[in-house]
Write a protein that binds this ligand. Structure first.
Ligand code: HEM
Length: 520
């Protein structure tokens, strides 16, 4: 009965959304955007996810038809989709400061500690201070180097685990998620396993194991990406038709217990060691910064801020790196000649007697080209995270009203035929000898965004993707299971705010290096 009524509600929601979509005003070339008639109050909780629920190819087709800046109008405020490199530059560079805030939405409110993280935080003192902490403390080159031993150990354990599965079909994404989560947890909390919680799973006295943490994060990603009607029609937020807000509140309770455990444990250690205490992980660093008597009292790191930032850390890095590497192997497996080229490079530069290391990466231009080509064709954030105008402004001749949501479609930019020859094809060679970077300077390739809200951890993300790709190619020969033909391998993306494969990649591996190298 409950299931039937949820389906009914979902169907009504979809019908309503279709009805709204049919009323979309798409302003050809946006010349017809009206001048602002004074800022209107915008709803406390606004829609983010309707656009994300459109298949990216459909959005791309609309943008090819209606131009590089489309206005989609639903509800009480306009939504813009920027789908050319020039338009991306307008919003993320020329007018970056005006668009440096995020729109409010239910997930930010209920599961990101009322916007106490960085991802959903509004532009302001908390965001500025936290971002400074990320850039200067947690993700500085020195700090990332300090944590290199963790990446080395976890990558090696990952390759050894896979080696044990040689000859059997593996679901690669599961292993990649486990790798990313282990690295991030060790960097953030100093360990990857919490006490095994036994029967009382997430009961009041227990804290999650790695597997349960993964389940919590899955729920977190799901709820961040759902089409919550209350975000769209604010007064319905109180009714919570789909039950998402209820789920968000339940998730918050689990997150609270988890954070309390982590912070109590770290504080106990700090107290025990007294003057001998040296920060070992990111939570240690955050607690030290929160206790710093010299910090600005106006932007003191509150307990909620500590929880919000920790959440950024564990959620930001897990799915994104795993999604990208799964696409890399999927694209390569379809074109075995590309795998041959990559392994030739690895054999030439590294040889077959030792493992590739982070310091080798600059000597591997073909691996770099494979990564960039994957980020072009399958950007993890196909619409970046939403930006919002903080004031009325004029961008490239178009009047834009305060409160307007702006999505930058990196998916469309990556398929723009004026930038990329045969954009639907996977051809790493297009990047060889070209000076296109992924660090927010080349507006034709923006996997991490650009400007003030660009991913603050892009250097960690790059290291994780480059090294795991190089290791997977160095370690194994790859093929599809015997019952799957190359041409049958689906390359469909799941629609949503990220672009994972619709169907997980299942592959067969066999070792290609001397066997003693795989031992732990
Ligand atoms: C493959 C790896 C990654 C990719 C592709 C990626 C991509 C992105 C993108 C596209 C944005 C939004 C940029 C914008 O709105 O203009 C972003 C923001 C962010 N990312 Fe990442 N990211 C990755 C790894 C990470 C990691 C490892 C962390 C943390 C451990 C992280 C934490 C964040 C945070 C906190 C923000 C919000 C920044 C702000 O709003 O000021 N990301 N990321």
């Amino acid at each position: 009965m409950e299931a039937a009524s949820s389906w009914l509600l979902l169907s009504v929601a979809w019908l309503a959304s279709l009805a709204f979509l049919s009323r979309i005003f798409i302003h050809r070339r946006c010349k017809q955007l009206k001048s602002p008639s004074g800022p209107k109050p915008w709803p406390i909780i606004g829609n983010l996810n309707l656009i994300g629920s459109l298949p990216h190819r459909s959005l791309h087709k609309l943008s090819q038809r209606y131009g590089p800046l489309m206005q989609l109008k639903f509800g009480s405020y306009p939504v813009l989709v920027a789908s050319s490199a020039e338009m991306a530059k307008e919003f993320l560079k020329t007018h970056d400061q005006i668009f440096a805030t995020r729109p409010p939405h239910a997930a930010g409110k209920y599961i990101s500690y009322n916007y106490s993280d960085v991802l959903w935080a509004p532009y302001g003192p908390h965001w500025r201070q936290s971002r400074k902490i990320y850039l200067n403390e947690l993700f500085s080159p020195k700090r990332l180097q300090f944590f290199e031993y963790i990446r080395v150990e976890e990558m090696h354990a990952f390759i050894s685990r896979l080696y044990g599965l040689s000859g059997k079909p593996i679901v690669l994404k599961e292993h990649l998620l486990c790798l990313a989560l282990s690295i991030i947890c060790r960097m953030t909390f100093g360990k990857k396993h919490f006490c095994v919680s036994g029967d009382d799973r997430l009961g009041s006295n227990s804290v999650p194991s790695l597997q349960e943490l993964q389940e919590i994060l899955n729920e977190f990603f799901f709820l961040n990406g759902v089409f919550n009607i209350g975000d769209w029609i604010p007064w319905l937020d109180f009714v919570d038709l789909q039950g998402y807000v209820k789920r968000m509140k339940a998730l918050k309770k689990k997150l609270d217990r988890f954070h309390d455990h982590v912070f109590d444990e770290h504080k106990r250690k700090m107290k025990e060691l007294g003057k001998d205490f040296v920060a070992q992980d990111m939570v240690d660093l955050l607690l030290q910064l929160a206790d710093d008597p010299e910090s600005d009292p106006d932007v003191k790191l509150t307990y909620d801020a500590l929880r919000g930032l920790t959440l950024d850390l564990i959620s930001g890095g897990t799915d994104s790196a795993a999604v990208t590497v799964e696409w890399i192997i999927s694209e390569l497996i379809k074109q075995p000649q590309l795998i041959r080229k990559a392994t030739e490079e690895l054999d030439r530069v590294i040889g077959r007697e030792r493992w590739v290391e982070e310091k080798d990466i600059p000597q591997l231009p073909y691996i770099d080209a494979i990564m960039k080509e994957t980020m072009r064709k399958h950007p993890v954030a196909p619409l970046l995270a939403p930006h919002m105008a903080m004031e009325d402004c004029n961008v490239a001749g178009f009047d834009i009203r305060k409160g307007t949501r702006v999505f930058v479609s990196t998916w469309s930019i990556g398929r723009d035929p004026s930038l990329w020859e045969q954009p639907d094809e996977f051809r790493p060679e297009r990047f060889l000898g070209r000076n296109i970077d992924v660090k927010g300077q080349s507006f034709e390739l923006l996997p991490f965004g650009a400007g003030r809200r660009m991913c603050p951890a892009y250097n960690l993300g790059l290291k994780m993707i480059q090294l795991s790709t190089a290791k997977l190619l160095q370690a194994f020969n790859w093929k599809l299971p015997d019952n799957t033909k190359l041409e049958d391998l689906s390359m469909e993306e799941a629609p949503g705010i990220t672009t994972p494969r619709k169907f997980p990649l299942v592959a067969l591996i066999e070792p290609r290096l001397p066997l003693h190298l795989y031992k732990i």
